[in-house]
Design a protein. Structure first.
Length: 105
């Protein structure tokens, strides 16, 4: 993984914090996306949606914002995707919801 351990942990903590504070909204969004069929790869779509939601949510508090750190490390989308995919798989709530809908597909 090209992302530094420090940045990976920062993003992981923010995603886990966000999902922990907004579980019903997160679950509702995942279901809405699934029902819309507006995706080619469901897991990838949800992973990026969570990443952008968390980044937007924490932009108001600069010490918790992380997108500038991503730019500072010169990361490509593929580097970001590798990291956030791992984070989502490690979050049992997110991973469980995604798997539930993947089984219905």
């Amino acid at each position: 993984m090209k992302m530094s351990k420090t940045l990976y942990e920062k993003i992981k903590n923010e995603i886990n914090d966000f999902v922990g504070k907004h579980p019903s909204e997160t679950a509702a969004h995942i279901e809405k996306v699934f029902n819309s069929k507006d995706f080619q790869n469901f897991r990838k779509r949800i992973t990026w949606d969570i990443f952008w939601a968390v980044n937007k949510y924490y932009q108001v508090t600069s010490e918790r914002e992380f997108y500038n750190d991503i730019y500072a490390e010169g990361l490509l989308d593929s580097h970001i995707e590798t990291a956030i995919s791992k984070i989502v798989r490690e979050n049992s709530f997110l991973d469980g919801l995604i798997k539930k809908f993947e089984k219905r597909a």
